[in-house]
Design a protein around this ligand. Structure first.
Ligand code: SAM
Length: 216
């Protein structure tokens, strides 16, 4: 990946000041965040804000998440490289790219077809070959390729969708913001010996998960 060094410098600073300084420890996550050219996932008018500490608009009333949120959610997934991972809410494709560097295979679902198309083209141009994208209602998961070792939901849900719990592999991890339409708490769900364990982390504010097992 050849790129202007200005962006690399900004990205290094983002990782140092927003990611490492806030306690992210997983070296693989840190390296992935250093590698993915985040500015290419936003419109050129936002390039100079791409490495700042906040979400940005990506059109269709949707956002690319704050870098720290991407790193935190990814770290909670505890991926080591062999995982089959499902992402709900492709959006810009940035989180997808981070996951694609860290997992064996990534399946990602987006409900807005223009966003899916834009992300598919960009991920292809950047050389990601282990990503499959689909337009659909991610609150129902993607049963064709289930079960998944890791599932990441990047939109806020009223409750944890049953379909996603059903599609989680034994010892799998699911990370999902749960709450109302304006604020949520990040939840980590683990499946062990068929039982479900749930732990709450910090507050967050995601766009709503719209779908059958999301917001109607
Ligand atoms: N991960 C994205 C990124 O890195 O740019 C950010 C995603 S944005 C915060 C949430 C996305 O979830 C939006 O693009 C939205 O259209 C999508 N979304 C909402 N409900 C969905 C559903 N039921 N299925 C699939 N995508 C959904």
């Amino acid at each position: 990946m050849i790129e202007v060094s200005e962006w690399k410098v900004e990205r290094e600073r983002m990782v140092k000041e927003q990611i490492i300084a806030r306690g992210i420890k997983d070296q693989r996550v840190i390296d992935a965040m250093k590698q993915v050219p985040r500015h290419l996932f936003v419109e050129p008018t936002y390039y100079h804000q791409a490495y700042k500490d906040y979400p940005l608009p990506i059109g269709h009333d949707q956002t690319i998440s704050q870098p720290y949120m991407v790193a935190s959610m990814t770290e909670l997934l505890e991926v080591t490289g062999n995982e089959k991972t499902l992402e709900i809410g492709t959006g810009s494709g940035y989180q997808t790219a981070v996951l694609a560097l860290l997992c064996d295979k990534v399946y990602t679902i987006e409900r807005i077809s223009e966003l899916r198309q834009h992300a598919a083209t960009l991920l292809d141009q950047l050389g990601f070959r282990n990503v499959s994208l689909m337009v659909g209602d991610g609150s129902l998961g993607w049963s064709t390729y289930a079960p998944y070792d890791a599932i990441l939901v990047t939109a806020g849900a009223p409750e944890i969708p049953n379909a996603l719990i059903a599609q989680l592999a034994e010892n799998g991890r699911l990370v999902i913001p749960v709450g109302d339409e304006y604020s949520q708490v990040l939840n980590l769900v683990k499946k062990h010996k068929g039982r479900i364990y749930r732990k709450e982390f910090f507050s967050c504010a995601f766009v709503p998960l719209i779908g059958k097992e999301g917001w109607g």
